[in-house]
Design a protein around this ligand. Structure first.
Ligand code: DON
Length: 609
């Protein structure tokens, strides 16, 4: 099945192929040889999908589209200050080859007109011409995601006829904007313009800019993310020369055109467009290229000043500990305490990218909470990125929490990938106001402990010696318990032992007398997920008595553990000889199962609500 996007591009291509206005560039003799009917359109998304139609694999020279890319090279090599001293960022409203400099400083108005581009190219670092060429070609190749080369005949043709650019270069030297012999910079400029690309390359170059400087398919960094904003700014304000105002109005995407017939347009964070059609208008912009970008922007709703609203909530689920607990099973007294005070802990399960617009509702929810929280848990499992602004806001939030005696628990943060800059943004005095937990469940348990400690203490189940004290024997007659005692086997386990293994035959029920046992399931990739943690007086493996099926989860001793086990044959005997005891055991097991079911129902309601 073809994608509707592909169908759309094919329709647009058919429509615009009949447009035959414009002329190929002739001022570089070699460019005059190009077939004006050539036409390709490509769109590349930031996750690397390319839609293409027409002559998208036909090679042509990149020309001025090299200018924003080399501007990025200069920013990386010399830093913002030196580059800004050399070239301005004001739209000139002039033609690309205008001989105009700022009156007082002698700086070119911007890096997109030739004067600014040649000055920019003079800033590329490298000890020799070869090194500087390598630097430029390397960067441009990283944008394309493949090794690019130079069309030598176009280069020679422009070098031989580029008197106007040569004049501009020497004028820049006169004003000390170019500080050395301008000829090597001119040579490099002619070469960067003669780099061969195709339409698909252009779309991927644009998508690399849309993707913060990282190529969507290769993952290589073409330009450091901090310089993408500056590059796109000059593209937005000066990218199509004296047509830029009209372009922003009609298309609304930072863009750059070249006299080779190419255009790139960038929708930051989303996609890049590349169009190739060599017939140019009087300003040197591809006629069909302009029309194609205008149509795509209009039809797909891409104007950067009319962005879609931020949709989808960052908060995927929010609940308090009164509604949803950790997997640790608690005593009735602890459960009562947690039900009473659980609303002092609120969990926010977050999702998507966190930036100002998506982080703000989370902060608001926390700050505006009518009942001041003691603990807030922020779960990052489904957060894909946190930008610097959101990191800063989070650090400030931690500061506020510290001042109000609150604590933030950050769970499932992929350290090193998310919140890498948190430490630098934090006031060190607030460090005690937050902590990390590798699992949401462990974060919940941590909060439960603190809450129980604050309200009367967590009662560590002390351990029991006699079955009469076990929950399953509640209400059983003394002689029934005595019979049970005679039928069970007492077993001890070291911490870490698997008491029951998933897939084993289910042959006995376990009465936990001392220590803690976690019921865990294996996840793909070798990880485990805990389903519950049980303590003395609780039971597991009861399914063995009723179904005889295989174990569906494993039981692991977390501490030294003692259990009484009752095997299926012994239970069958109880059913035959002492039905009152069998009834009692089943009734108490059912009570435990009901308790679990009630808890699960509450969890579903909390997660759905
Ligand atoms: O400087 C020149 O004349 C060319 N090598 C590049 C000009 C260019 O692509 C202008 N853009 N539309």
């Amino acid at each position: 099945m073809t994608s509707p996007i592909q169908d759309y591009l094919e329709r647009l291509h058919r429509e615009l192929a009949s447009v035959d206005d414009g002329q190929v560039a002739t001022y570089i003799p070699e460019l005059a040889k190009v077939d004006p009917r050539r036409f390709g359109i490509a769109i590349a998304t930031v996750d690397g999908r390319v839609y293409e139609v027409g002559d998208t694999r036909e090679r042509f020279t990149i020309q001025s589209i090299s200018k924003p890319l080399v501007y990025g090279v200069a920013l990386e090599d010399r830093g913002v200050e030196q580059v800004r001293r050399t070239v301005g960022v004001e739209p000139s409203g002039d033609a690309f080859n205008s001989i105009s400099l700022e009156p007082v400083t002698g700086r070119p108005m911007n890096p997109m007109i030739n004067a600014g581009a040649i000055a920019t190219t003079s800033l590329v670092a490298g000890a020799t011409r070869e090194e500087r060429l390598e630097r430029v070609l390397g960067a441009m190749s990283a944008y394309a995601g493949r090794t690019l080369d130079i069309d030598e005949s176009v280069f020679e043709s422009e070098r031989a006829t580029g008197h106007r650019n040569r004049a501009i270069g020497h004028m820049l030297r006169n004003y000390d904007i170019v500080t050395e012999d301008p000829e090597p910079a001119l040579d490099l400029y002619f070469r960067q313009c003669s780099v061969r690309v195709d339409c698909r390359d252009l779309a991927l170059m644009a998508a690399t800019l849309a993707n913060g400087g990282t190529h969507p398919a290769t993952g290589a960094t073409a330009v450091r993310a901090e310089f993408v904003g500056p590059i796109l700014s000059v593209m937005a304000t000066c990218g199509v020369y004296d047509f830029t105002g009209e372009w922003v109005y009609r298309v609304g995407l930072p863009a750059k055109s070249g006299v080779g017939g190419g255009i790139i347009a960038v929708l930051p964070g989303q996609l890049g467009i590349g169009v190739y059609s060599p017939a140019l208008d009087e300003r040197g912009n591809s006629v069909r290229g302009v029309k194609a970008c205008e149509a795509i922007s209009r039809d797909l709703g891409l104007h950067f000043l009319q962005p879609p609203r931020v949709t989808g909530s960052t908060v995927r689920a929010s609940y308090t500990l009164a509604e949803l607990r950790s997997k640790r099973r608690r005593s009735a007294a602890e459960n009562r305490l947690l039900a009473e005070h659980g609303s002092e802990v609120r969990v926010f399960e977050l999702q998507g990218d966190l930036h100002f617009a998506t982080a703000e509702p989370v902060l608001r929810a926390l700050v505006d909470d009518a009942r001041p929280l003691r603990y807030a848990v922020l779960d990052f499992k489904r957060v894909s990125d946190v930008d610097r602004a959101a990191t800063r806001l989070l650090a400030a939030l931690i500061g506020r929490c510290a001042a109000r005696g609150q604590h933030l628990v950050l769970t499932r943060v992929r350290r090193g990938r998310l919140l890498a800059a948190l430490d630098t943004e934090l006031d060190p005095r607030t460090a005690g106001a937050f902590s990390f937990q590798p699992q949401l469940d462990l974060g919940l348990e941590w909060c439960e402990r603190r809450l129980l400690a604050a309200h009367g203490g967590e009662a560590r189940a002390p351990g029991i010696t006699r079955l009469a004290e076990h929950r399953l024997c509640d209400g059983a007659a003394a002689e029934d318990v005595a019979l049970l005692e005679s039928l069970v086997e007492r077993r001890s386990y070291e911490p870490g032992t698997l008491i029951v293994r998933v897939g084993d035959e289910a042959d006995a029920i376990y009465f936990l007398m001392r220590g803690e046992v976690s019921i865990v399931v294996d996840l793909p990739g070798g990880a485990h997920k805990r389903l519950s943690t049980l303590s003395a007086g609780m039971n597991f493996g009861e399914m063995a008595l009723l179904t005889g099926a295989r174990r569906s989860a494993s039981a692991r001793a977390d501490t030294p553990v003692e259990c009484c086990t009752l095997d299926a044959a012994a239970y069958a005997r109880i059913e035959r000889e002492r039905p009152t005891l069998a009834m009692r055991l089943l009734r108490n097991m059912l009570l435990g199962t009901i308790q679990t079911a009630v808890q699960l129902t509450g969890e579903v309601a909390a997660l759905e609500g």
